[in-house]
Ligand binder design. Structure first.
Ligand SMILES: C[S@@+](CC[C@H](N)C(=O)[O-])C[C@H]1O[C@@H](n2cnc3c(N)ncnc32)[C@H](O)[C@@H]1O
Length: 203
């Protein structure tokens, strides 16, 4: 028999009301910036960030239950009170659930690239309404960090960014700040793929 997991999981953010935006202190109480990891997968990035930056809070959003459970296990294993996980759709979360002007950084790392032309609309970084929604969640000079192994996705995201007057591109040199690799990034690098990145600041 598989072990029964508690519900909600100890590190899970399970809103009482899914039909209004949360307040900041419903996500994390107390001082300190909050960062958001959209499509956080198994949560290795979250756990590494949570361990390294203990005065920062990290919220992951992930739709797959198995991955949500893994995030929870990593946070519990390392006693990371600064890491929480929301199970749900990131589009819904950013448009309807998460508080505005709340997050210092949003990490959107190695999302599904949707390479087929007929799926182009699913590439969220190329959708103006998605970028606007992320912009509204960020604090005054907050940042959006994006990585992909798909050159076309990166190229289109840069093009879309050039159409926006509400983000400005920032340099992102190797090792210029603590930024661990994600599980997918490590896997893709091991396969010889190149990772492309984009760092945007709210203006
Ligand atoms: C390619 S994986 C990358 C995971 C992680 N960011 C990494 O780099 O290791 C994409 C993740 O996003 C999740 N995902 C895709 N679309 C999503 C959505 N609309 N809402 C929430 N999670 C989503 C997938 O379940 C998957 O875990």
């Amino acid at each position: 028999m598989p072990k029964e997991e508690p519900f909600p999981l100890p590190h899970e953010l399970y809103p009482e009301n899914w039909f209004r935006r949360l307040e900041r202190d419903e996500i994390f109480s107390g001082e300190g910036p909050i960062e958001l990891d959209l499509g956080c997968g198994d949560g290795s990035f979250l756990a590494r960030m949570g361990n390294e930056l203990s005065d920062v809070h990290f919220l992951g959003v992930e739709r797959l239950l198995g991955r949500v459970r893994k995030v929870n296990r990593k946070a519990a294993r390392d006693h990371l009170e600064n890491v929480r996980i929301l199970r749900g759709d990131s589009n819904y979360a950013v448009n309807w659930l998460l508080p505005k002007n709340c997050f210092r950084r949003i990490h959107f790392l190695c999302p599904d690239p949707w390479p087929k032309k007929k799926h182009a609309r699913r590439r969220q970084m190329c959708q103006l309404h998605f970028l606007r929604a992320l912009h509204s969640l960020l604090e005054g000079d907050g940042e959006l960090l994006f990585k992909t192994d798909a050159p076309k996705y990166h190229e289109e995201a840069v093009e879309k960014q050039n159409e926006c007057d509400f983000f400005s591109e920032e340099p992102w040199e190797d090792d210029s700040f603590f930024y661990p690799k994600t599980d997918f990034e490590e896997q893709w690098l091991a396969e010889g793929r190149t990772i492309h990145r984009l760092r945007l600041r709210k203006v």
